[in-house]
Design a protein around this ligand. Structure first.
Ligand code: AMP
Length: 319
């Protein structure tokens, strides 16, 4: 890696200037591959983000360049969520970007992204944005897709990189890009986990040692479910549910086997076992891929998912 510090843009004007400089650097960008690759983040960069930066660097190739955006997007936080205390570590973030060969970091203020305050025109995530995370965090995906679309317009990448850790977000970004004809390729990156199995997240730092021990039931449940994939969706759910029941301190929001593209019922073939839960005040989301057998199409809500202790009705009624 170059180790050279990235250029830092904090305003749209600085970004436009720096982005134009990248085009001037590679005047025949269209003729030979020299893609600009965007990695959107909320900062507080960790080993999961680092993997995204490495993937972006590889996708960019020797002539291309990587842009990282660092923006804690108020539009995707609910009134009771952690917008004000979300970790902000710009100096360390810039150091990681330097190590990973990032050329340009865009770290704007909220006023820079939303100069008129709350935008009136926003992206509607559609039905897949109203289930699972969308049900538990109303308005979340509308906020995410609106800022992702703005960042894509502002940075004009050929490729944008997203983590499979946030699988529903990845599916919705892909759907938005298809439905709204956004000229960008979306590249997924597998989830990075700590040695104990917990998917790395900026919010893990809120966990106490005891909270972390409780949280570990989530990846344990997903692994247990994944191990039963060959037996079909109901066996996957039963195995995962048994692990979750053994850790009552983990408050499960949902557990389900879904189609990775639509987050609707999963058919035979590639699917996702998705889950969200709270360990104390810290909310965790995670998922693992499963491949369901041909004879066992998981259809209908009842077979698709449930809360740890009840069906989808209990899921909705509890929250
Ligand atoms: P965030 O800063 O949390 O908005 O995440 C920025 C990007 O990093 C998103 O595409 C996330 O899916 C991805 N990401 C976050 N944590 C991980 C992880 N543990 N493994 C892989 N990607 C991740």
């Amino acid at each position: 890696m170059s180790g050279e510090p990235p250029r830092l843009a904090t305003t749209r004007a600085e970004l436009a200037e720096a982005r134009a400089a990248l085009d001037r650097e590679v005047p025949d960008r269209g003729a030979r591959p020299a893609p600009v690759v965007l990695v959107p983040t909320m900062g507080a960069l960790h080993a999961g983000h680092e993997r995204l930066l490495g993937a972006a660097r590889t996708l960019a190739g020797p002539r291309g360049s990587v842009i990282v955006s660092i923006f804690v997007n108020p539009l995707q936080f609910g009134p009771a969520e952690d917008l004000d205390r979300y970790p902000r570590t710009l100096e360390q973030d810039l150091a990681m970007c330097a190590r990973e060969g990032v050329r340009l970091v865009f770290a704007p203020s909220a006023a820079e992204i939303y100069p008129g305050g709350q935008p009136e025109v926003t992206v509607d995530p559609g039905p897949a944005g109203r289930v699972f995370e969308g049900e538990f965090r109303p308005g979340f995906f509308g906020g995410v897709l609106t800022v992702v679309l703005k960042l894509l317009h502002l940075t004009r990448p050929a490729i944008a990189v997203f983590g499979q850790k946030d699988a529903q977000q990845l599916a919705l970004v892909r759907r938005m890009v298809t439905d709204l004809n956004v000229d960008v390729v979306i590249e997924p990156v597998p989830t990075v986990r700590d040695a104990d199995g917990l998917a790395i997240s900026s919010r893990n730092r809120y966990l106490s040692a005891a909270g972390r021990a409780v949280a570990l039931a989530l990846p344990r449940a997903l692994r247990a479910g994944q191990a039963r994939a060959a037996e079909g969706g109901p066996a996957v759910l039963a195995a995962a549910r048994a692990v979750l029941r053994a850790e009552p301190a983990l408050a499960v929001d949902y557990l389900a086997v879904v189609d990775p593209g639509t987050f609707g019922p999963a058919g035979p073939g590639p699917a996702l076992l998705v889950a969200a839960a709270k360990a104390g005040a810290t909310r965790l989301i995670d998922n693992v891929p499963v491949v369901l057998p041909a004879q066992d199409a998981v259809t209908g809500d009842a077979a698709t998912g449930d809360a740890a202790t009840g069906g989808p009705a209990a899921d909705a009624a509890d929250h």
